[in-house]
Design a protein around this ligand. Structure first.
Ligand code: G3P
Ligand code: MG
Length: 243
């Protein structure tokens, strides 16, 4: 049984530290998060790394598509300076490095499979295999994706990993997709969660996680209505409100 915390740090602790870095995971832990959400995609040589965007410009000092770069080159980039001089030299971590840190800190994670276009199947497969190989036993884990092809590929190689279906506004056929993919959770954008969404999820026996909720009062309402977890850039704000 999945034990989800009410508050999950988005991309680590995205407001306080450079997203999807080891510093961001450590910061989320320091702020009181038990779980973080992280985005994983593949380098050119198919190494799973933490990175949200398809391109390097916004969060690193590199340029061009992530999928065009070897992992060794991506790991040499500065992924911290854009957030502030105090984070200069922060690297793009491999998924393996992130797992090792979370294992040490005793954290759980929602790993979002975020494939570059056209790489849905290989990304789903590679991320799931890495998690199957390295994720510490007993730590909470949930794999999610907007891509049903990536989730299917993850299921094919690691059926034991709990899966979540990620959407913006829930499409009409979301319950069928959740059933087809054998998902244990549904992850819509928080403003598009209706009471019927929560009722349907209850009937399906699945959890609802919402993103990205940065308003403490709104988060409290959603949790009260039956949402299991709010994914947030500001976990300290939400945690202060619910404790
Ligand atoms: O997993 C929830 C959320 O992270 C999905 O959107 O674009 O922030 O990865 P995005
Ligand atoms: Mg994400």
């Amino acid at each position: 049984m999945l034990e989800l915390p009410p508050v999950i740090g988005h991309r680590g602790a995205a407001a306080a530290a450079p997203e999807n870095t080891l510093a961001s995971i450590a910061k989320a832990h320091e702020l009181g998060c038990r779980w973080v959400e992280l985005d994983a995609k593949l380098s050119f040589d198919k190494i799973a790394l933490l990175m949200h965007d398809e391109r390097l410009e916004r969060t690193t000092n590199g340029s061009g598509p992530v999928a065009d770069h070897w992992a060794a080159d991506l790991q040499r980039l500065d992924a911290g300076s854009w957030k502030g001089p105090g984070f200069a030299g922060e690297r793009v971590p491999t998924l393996a490095e992130a797992i090792a840190l979370m294992a040490r800190l005793g954290m759980g994670a929602n790993i979002e499979i975020k494939p570059c276009p056209g790489r849905e199947i290989e990304t789903g497969r590679a991320v799931a295999l890495e998690l199957r190989r390295r994720w510490p036993r007993g730590h909470g884990l949930l794999v999610s994706s907007f891509s049903s092809a990536a989730l299917e590929a993850a299921r094919a190689v690691a059926p034991e990993l709990p899966r979540g279906f990620l959407v913006e506004a829930p499409p009409p056929d979301w319950p069928a997709t959740v059933r087809r993919l054998g998902c244990v959770s549904f992850h819509p954008w928080y403003e598009d969660v209706e009471p019927e969404t929560l009722a349907t999820a209850r009937e399906l026996g699945i959890e609802v996680l919402v993103y990205t909720v940065n308003d403490a009062r709104r988060a409290a309402e959603l949790l009260e209505a039956g949402v299991a977890s709010c994914i947030t850039d500001v976990p300290e704000r939400l945690l202060a409100d619910i404790s």
